[in-house]
Structure formats: structure tokens, C-alpha cells
Design a binder for this molecule. Structure first.
Ligand SMILES: [Zn+2]
Length: 391
């Protein structure tokens, strides 16, 4: 049975089509295009014309950077030390909350174990409803490095290799490492480089050997350059970029996921957070936005990710990242591309992030034109995942 959804307009991941129709069959998009041009089926199968839940359709949104096991409690250091069972329950609830907000694919970049990998398997098997998950398992960091509270600590190329293999064996769909210190937790500060070129190269080799992408947490330029030289596939945060690093990333075509929400929600709630976190955040905030502007001008690919799970950064508030990207100079069309087709390319899921034949029937509907008003995505009128409306 084919379902035909008619809309006033759609954004297919790259461009807008007006007076459009989307044909869905077996959880996949069979066809999309102008309403008058819907093809007849070769064997005359019945098509059901269904009212779309909103007047405008987009591909399901993609969050390239989240931590589903975290709710975004103010005390990060305490929350990351929670029990595994509580972490798993939170992951289930947060995945559903994000899905209802239009996020149909989530890349989880680090938990205290395999709970998000397992949740992804349960969703794929249809045991529970949820978005599509691409989970890293445990992030890999160095002794005393950022994220040591939850990460897999590894020093030296051999240990790093083993740490990557452990995540692959556990079922990770992406590898996450930490190239610099960070803002949260008790590890090193943001500008400090962590893994050496040898260690990073070992991680990249192991990830690629397993057919997985590898992404890295990197704030300072030292860590970003080492990661770029070693051949990582993307850079998370990219907070302290300068012209030389931007050029480096552009030359190697390494995309960034700036996670502006992480900084935004910390500053919005500064009064209730530990002074060291707020100081570290204030010190990088302006340069962060300037770096995103530089990257955009230079043509570095930018993908949307929120770092949801960091303090006050809730999984259902993905649309805030879109507004923040627009504030850094991205046009509405560029922002929507960052949230869909570019994000799909960055996480290596080309069937997501597009509305076209053969793509996943993951869709978000709004009542209005999101290219004129991104805020419409704060409250989608409806969400489809695998061709079915989300309950
Ligand atoms: Zn993160």
C-alpha cells in the first residue's frame, strides 16, 4: 500500500519544491515531486491519499551530537556518575522527547557504556518507538583528559587501538575521541591538546578499518590540527578556530559540528552553575561564534548538533541550535541544510536528511514556511519516522 501525502511545499534537503507530493511505501519514500506528476504504479496498486499533518514538509531533523543518557542536570559531574540503569531509562525517554520534536536521527557521542547502542538495537527491532540512533558507546580520552568521568581512558597508540576495538565490538556505529580539554567536568581546560598525532592516527586507522567514521571533541587549535592531520572525519565544538585552522579544515574538507547550544544554555543559566564552568564558557563564547562565521565564509561544511545532555541543554530543544546558527550568519536555507542533508553526510547516513526516492520516510511537518521562519521547527505539526506518524 502506498500513501500519498500532499503539501503546499517541501524542503528536500537542498531545495524547495512547491505544491508537492510525497509517496511513502514500506517505510521508504517511493517518490517525491510536483503534485500533478505523481507516477502511476506499474501494477496499479492502490494509493491512499492522506492528509499531511502540516502544510510544509522537511526531512526528519538530525542531531549530530547528543548524549541521550544525560538530562542536562546543572551538576554535570554528578549526573555522569549515575547508575547504568538510570542512564538507560533516561536515554529511552530523551530519545522519544527528541523524536516528538522532529529529530528522527540522533548521533550519540558518548555514554558510560553500551546503553544507547542497545537502545538503538531495540528501536531497530521495533521493541520500542524511537528515532534512528548512531551511537559511539564510550568516548575515548586520555588520563586526566576531558570526559574521563565517563570515557574509556587510553594512553599511547596501542591502548587507543584497543579502546577503539572495544567500542566496535560493543556495536558502536561511530567512534568518538577527545582531542582537547573541555568546559564541563574535572578534566583539562578547552585549549589543552590531549591525544598526540600517533594516538589519533591509531584511533583513525582502527575506526576506518571497521568501516566507521570517527569524530573528535576539539576546542583548541592544537587539538583540531592534530585531528585534521590524522584524518578524523569531523570536528565537534570547534570553539577556538582561527584562520589557519579554518583553511586546514577547508583544504581537507573536514566538517564541523559547532554545538552552539552547549555554550548558550550554560550562559543562560550562569547563576546556577559552578563558577569554573561559567568562566571557561565565557572565555570561548565570542570566539566560537566568530569561528563559525569564518568557517561558513571559507566554505567549511557545518552540521547541526546540540550537545544535548550538557547543562540545561534538553534533547527536545534542538531548534534552538538552528536559531543560533542563523545568528552566526547562515541563511535559513543553509541552516536547514546543516540540519538535514549536510548532517546526513557527516554521520554517514545518506538515506536520511533528504526527501527523495529511496530515502527514509522520516519527515517533519510545519504549518508555514520554515525558510522564512525557523522558529516553526520549535513546535512541529507532525513527525513521521519509518513512514509512520509518531504517537
Ligand atoms: Zn558532547
Amino acid at each position: 500500500m502506498r500513501t500519498v501525502l500532499e503539501v503546499d511545499g517541501l524542503f528536500d534537503g537542498e531545495r524547495v519544491v512547491s505544491n508537492a507530493a510525497i509517496v511513502v511505501a514500506d517505510g521508504t519514500i517511493a517518490w517525491a515531486g510536483k503534485r500533478g506528476a505523481v507516477p502511476k504504479t506499474p501494477h496499479g496498486e492502490r494509493s491512499e491519499l492522506r492528509k499531511a499533518p502540516g502544510r510544509f514538509a522537511l526531512p526528519g531533523l538530525i542531531n549530530c551530537h547528543a548524549h541521550l543518557t544525560l538530562d542536562g542536570e546543572p551538576n554535570f559531574s554528578a549526573e555522569v556518575r549515575q547508575s547504568d540503569s538510570l542512564a538507560a531509562l533516561k536515554a529511552f525517554r530523551n530519545a522519544r522527547a527528541a523524536l516528538r520534536a522532529g529529530v528522527t536521527t540522533i548521533r550519540d557521542l558518548g555514554a558510560n557504556g553500551a546503553m544507547v547502542i542497545d537502545l538503538g538495537r531495540a528501536i531497530d527491532r521495533g521493541l520500542v518507538e524511537g528515532p534512528r540512533l548512531v551511537a559511539a558507546g564510550r568516548g575515548i580520552t586520555s588520563t586526566g583528559g576531558h570526559g574521563f568521568e565517563v570515557g574509556r581512558i587510553a594512553d599511547g597508540p596501542d591502548e587507543v587501538r584497543k579502546a577503539v576495538r572495544e567500542q566496535v565490538h560493543a556495536g558502536a556505529k561511530v567512534v568518538k575521541i577527545f582531542s582537547t580539554g573541555g568546559i564541563l567536568g574535572e578534566g583539562a581546560p578547552p585549549d589543552v591538546s590531549q591525544f598526540t598525532l600517533d594516538e589519533t592516527t591509531a584511533a583513525v586507522e582502527e575506526a576506518h578499518k571497521a568501516g566507521l567514521r570517527i569524530t573528535t571533541h576539539a576546542h583548541g587549535v592544537g587539538g583540531m590540527r592534530i585531528a585534521a592531520e590524522a584524518g578524523v572525519d569531523s570536528i565537534e565544538h570547534a570553539t577556538l578556530m582561527d584562520q589557519r585552522t579554518v583553511r586546514d579544515l577547508k583544504e581537507r574538507d573536514i566538517p564541523i559540528v559547532p554545538t552552539l547550544c552547549a555554550v548558550h544554555f550554560i550562559l543562560e543559566n550562569a547563576a546556577t552553575l559552578p563558577p569554573v564552568v561559567v568562566e571557561r564558557t565565557r572565555a570561548v563564547s565570542e570566539r566560537h561564534r566568530e569561528g563559525v562565521r569564518l568557517a561558513r565564509k571559507a566554505g567549511v561544511r557545518i552540521a547541526a548538533g546540540t550537545d544535548a545532555g550538557s547543562p540545561f541543554n534538553r534533547h527536545e530543544r534542538y531548534a534552538v541550535e538552528l536559531r543560533l546558527l542563523a545568528e552566526c550568519g547562515l541563511s535559513e536555507e543553509e541552516v536547514l541544510t546543516a540540519a538535514t542533508s549536510t548532517a546526513a553526510a557527516v554521520i554517514g547516513r545518506e538515506n536520511a536528511g533528504h526527501i527523495g526516492a529511496g530515502c527514509d520516510a522520516d519527515l517533519v511537518f510545519v504549518n508555514g514556511d520554515p525558510l522564512k521562519d525557523l522558529a516553526l521547527l520549535q513546535r512541529p505539526a507532525g513527525v513521521y519516522v519509518r513512514g509512520a506518524a509518531v504517537s
